[in-house]
Design a protein around this ligand. Structure first.
Ligand code: SF4
Length: 216
């Protein structure tokens, strides 16, 4: 596995490759950001950004979303995968915000995870990107990249990946490193066709060397 120093070096290189890596969901308030993250489960950020302008015009806050019918919410998000379930969670989470948090999105993972449809990854993304609170959300890109680079054990769970990355990287890097890894996964270390031959991390990547036949 990569050492702490090698991991930090890899993240520096990802940062040099993608210095402008940043959140790609469009939202104006923490509430809207939270809803966007919920919608992005098993959907691309681009597809979410296509539906949220109308959604947030119709239902901009927890009050309007909690009062909406599920059918009305579904209408605005029907191009997104799992839209029926997501509409149900959006309404229930809005109601829970009103009932338990005075309509304000909470700033702790434990409180966020009390909301229907908000799991650990969604909570971490909201903490980091809506509030700037250090957290390391692990998505499909982070999982793939960290396993291919052997930053984490191959059988590591999402939670184990998160905990190991938080140990390997200084806290002030968590938020940016998360975005840089996502960009690296999206544009360099793609799921089906990683660009290993042109990868600046090839020298430290046993997986890439194996794919190119450089290592057995
Ligand atoms: Fe991904 Fe290939 Fe680069 Fe390794 S060498 S990090 S597998 S793109």
């Amino acid at each position: 596995m990569l050492s702490k120093q090698q991991t930090q070096q890899a993240v520096v290189i990802m940062g040099e490759m993608f210095p402008d890596a940043q959140p790609s969901l469009d939202a104006r308030t923490p509430f809207q950001y939270m809803i966007s993250v919920m919608l992005s489960a098993q959907a691309t950020d681009i597809s979410v950004n296509k539906v949220t302008p109308q959604l947030f015009t119709d239902f901009p806050d927890p009050q309007t979303m909690a009062a909406a019918t599920e059918t009305a919410l579904q209408q605005d998000i029907r191009s997104i995968g799992l839209y029926r379930n997501k509409a149900k969670h959006m309404k229930a989470a809005s109601q829970a915000l009103l009932d338990d948090f005075n309509g304000v999105v909470p700033r702790t993972r434990a409180d966020l995870m009390q909301l229907p449809g908000v799991g650990r990854k969604t909570a971490d993304v909201v903490l980091a990107d809506a509030f700037g609170i250090p957290a390391f959300a692990v998505d499909t890109h982070v999982t793939r990249v960290t396993k291919r680079l052997h930053m984490v054990p191959q059988k590591a769970t999402v939670l184990e990946i998160e905990q190991r990355l938080m140990k390997l990287l200084p806290q002030e890097l968590w938020i940016t490193a998360h975005h840089q890894m996502i960009y690296f996964g999206r544009y360099q270390c793609l799921a089906r066709t990683p660009k290993c031959a042109q990868c600046p991390l090839l020298g430290m990547c046993a997986d890439g060397q194996h794919r190119l036949g450089l290592k057995k």
